[in-house]
Every structure is written in C-alpha cells, then in structure tokens.
Design a protein around this ligand. Structure first.
Ligand code: NDP
Length: 382
C-alpha cells in the first residue's frame, strides 16, 4: 500500500488524482491532502479519504477546517511551511505536486531533499528552478515522474531506450481556443473566450496559459530539464485533436509517439504506478472516430509568449523565473479584467528584458527574482 501526498487536492489535477487512487484502493492511500483556500472541499475530501494529515496553506481557514474534522483522528496544519514539512514525513511514498504556480516550488524542493518519488504536475517548479532541482535530485537520489500529458508521453516513449540517442522531442499543442483567430483580433478577446479550451478541462491559470501558448513555452523548458535535451532539439507542433500527446525521434529517424484520449487521469495513474501499468475503465481511443490527425507549426509571431519562453530559457539563469512571475501576475490581471489579452505578452517581454540577470542563481535568488518581477509587473499593470 503506497501513501500518496496530493498537494493541491482541491484543484483539477488533485481531484482527478483522488479519482485515480479511489479506483485503486488496494494499492494507494491518501496520506496527505493540501489546499490553499478551499477548506470546505478539503474537509470533504478528508472525511471521505481519512488521510493522516491535511494542510491548508491560507492560515485564515485553519479554525474552520480543524472544526470540520474534529471527529476524526486527522492532523490539521496551516501555512506553506507546514506543506513543506508534511511532504518530508517518512510515511509518504509519492508526492503528487498539483499546486499551481510558484507556490509549488518549495514543496518540490522539500520532497526532493526528503528523497521522495515526485509525480510532478506543477511544471512551474522546473520552469523556475530546473537546473537547481536537477542538481538536488543528483545529490539526494530522488526521482521525478512527469504528470503533464506531453512529458508523460515522452517519458513513456523513452521506456526501454536507455543509452539511445535522441534526435529531437516533438511536443504537441492543441493550439488553444485562438488557433484560428486572426492576430489582429487577439487584442479584443475576452477572458470567457480564453477560458473555453477546446479539448481539456483544467484550472483557470493553465487554461489561460494554453490560450496564450505560454503553457507550451513552459513545457519546452520543462522538457529540457526533465530529459536533458537542448532547446534547439525540442520542436512544438500544433495538433488540434490532442490525441498524439507527444513524440520522440531517435537517431535512426524512427519516431515513437504516445496516443490516447485527452484524459489527465491516464498520466496521473501512470506516474503513480510506474513502471507498472494498471487497468483502467477510462474511455479508449477509437481511431475510426478520429480519422484525421493533423499537425502544423505554431505561429510564433501571433503567440508571442511562446517566443518569450524560448528567449527566456536561452538566456537562462533567473530569467525563466522572472518569466513565470510576470506571467502569473498578468494572468491574474487578465482574469480580473484589468488588462487585455495581448498586453500580457507586452508586459512579460518588458520584464524579462529589464530584470537583473543572475546567471547562476541560488534558491534565495529565485525567491528574490520572483518577488521583484511581481512588483515590477504590478507597477506596469497599474
Ligand atoms: P487548479 O487551479 O485547478 O488547482 C490548483 C491547486 O493548487 C488547488 O488545490 C489550490 O487550492 C492549490 N493552490 C493554489 N495556490 C496555492 C498556494 N499558494 N499554496 C498552496 N496551494 C495552492 O490547477 P490545476 O489542477 O489545473 O493545475 C495544477 C498544476 O498542474 C499546474 O502547475 C498546472 O500547470 C499543472 N497541470 C495541470 C493540468 C490540468 O489538466 N489541469 C495538465 C498538466 C499540468 P485551492 O483550491 O484551495 O485554491
């Protein structure tokens, strides 16, 4: 029986992770559940799953959560530090990090240092501090299994290929809701339109990132750190059907792809069960219902965030961290109707151009870059 820590259990990935472990009660138990604000959902999940510990990051909700669980022998803590401590507990086997944004970084680092297996959905950890995390993984002998569907696909394609040279990784992208919108119309698209993703139901932040294609830029950075491949060897192809989740081309020209219905429970389950595959009742792909699988190059001039992400990782150091902080801040402002769709790229571009470049950042440097980039971005928004 494996004890799973589900960080961000109240979110889109977190809820699907609970669905997966509930289908395999003989194999998995929730040892830890965490949330930020949604204490009611967290309490409901805890009453159903009876984990050893729950943590609510926002301390204001501690008393209500504690009261709701007073009849159960469940430990209740509050604050981000408590999440960091709880993931390090000896009883936890796998830490599934499904927190959104920079807030996921510290728990990833604590899980790495506690020698855990990390099922990583929080791509921002690697976007911000991939280099540092990789060196800590080497030091502490922990491991990361990707949950992001594209990276899970690549991970699956690489199984059995140890030692074989990779020509390139091909990351597929749905293209989002504005794939066919003329570039000149993008300035006027609304958040309601941006939140309508054609293929995936996800949290608000990643849905906007998909609409701007920053999500794909983040995934390029994530792939670089996960698979040790140079940026020039990571290609993005728009594949609107979201059936081919990603591909690897090897040195002999052969390409392996992983396909399936767009259902995040498949990569979540694989990250928990790796290297085994477990049975699932999830919908099967019927090729006859998807006779056309199409691929095209992304329009980097229209989706400037994708170019900004390439530019940030080429410069390296703390620049991807600034990219992420600026992006989180502008996405919040866009969701609050404070700025328009294309202004997001204008502001992010300005931030990564003007932030002080640190080529070999420490963890403290990342926190300071994140803080400064958020302040500067907020000034530009105001
Ligand atoms: P959601 O917004 O749906 O959920 C985010 C979760 O994180 C919630 O449980 C939320 O708690 C918690 N959270 C938010 N802020 C904090 C904080 N400051 N401290 C601690 N916990 C916090 O996001 P998703 O599930 O969509 O995405 C989660 C991560 O997975 C992201 O990094 C995303 O990029 C990645 N991912 C998501 C996919 C998807 O299909 N959704 C696909 C691939 C990757 P509360 O509910 O209380 O606010």
């Amino acid at each position: 029986m494996k004890q799973i820590a589900i960080l961000g259990s109240t979110g889109s990935i977190g809820r699907q992770a609970i669905d997966v472990i509930t289908r395999h009660k003989d194999l998995y138990e929730a040892g830890l559940l965490t949330a930020n604000d949604n204490w009611e959902c967290l309490a409901k999940q805890a009453l159903a799953l009876e984990p050893d510990t729950v943590v609510i990051a926002n301390k204001q909700h501690y008393t209500k959560l504690k009261e709701a669980l007073s009849d159960k022998p469940i430990k209740v803590y509050a604050g981000s530090d408590a999440i960091d401590q709880a993931v390090s507990e000896g009883s936890i086997d796998i830490v599934l990090n499904a927190i959104v944004g920079f807030a996921g970084l510290s728990p990833t680092i604590h899980a790495v240092k506690a020698n855990k297996t990390i099922a990583l959905a929080n791509k921002e950890s690697l976007v911000v501090a991939g280099e540092l995390i990789n060196s800590l993984i080497g030091q502490y002998q922990s491991s990361i299994i990707p949950v992001d569907s594209e990276h899970s696909a690549i991970f699956q394609c690489l199984a059995g290929e140890f030692g074989n040279d990779i020509d390139k990784l091909i990351l597929t992208a749905s293209g989002g809701p504005f794939k066919d919108t003329p570039a000149t119309d993008l300035a006027h698209v609304t958040k309601e339109q941006a939140l309508r993703h054609p293929n995936w139901e996800m949290g608000a932040k990643i849905t906007i990132d998909s609409a701007t294609m920053m999500n794909k830029g983040f995934e390029v950075i994530e792939a670089k750190w996960l698979f040790g491949v140079g940026i020039e060897d990571i290609e993005v192809l728009v594949h609107p059907q979201s059936i081919v989740h990603s591909m690897v081309q090897f040195t002999d020209g052969a390409i392996k792809a992983q396909l399936g219905m767009p259902d995040m429970r498949i990569p979540i389950q694989y990250a928990l069960s790796y290297p085994d595959r477990l049975e699932s009742g999830f919908e099967r792909l019927d090729f006859t219902r998807h006779p056309q699988l199409t691929f095209e190059r992304p329009d980097m001039d229209k989706f400037r965030n994708l170019s900004l992400a390439y530019s940030a990782i080429r410069r390296g150091g703390n620049i991807p961290c600034a990219l992420n902080a600026a992006n989180e801040t502008v996405v919040n402002a866009f969701l609050a109707d404070r700025i328009g769709f294309t202004q997001m790229s204008d502001i992010i571009g300005h931030i990564i151009e003007t932030i002080d470049h640190i080529t070999m950042p420490t963890l403290d440097d990342y926190f300071e870059t994140d803080r400064m980039a958020r302040i500067k971005t907020t000034e530009l928004i105001n």
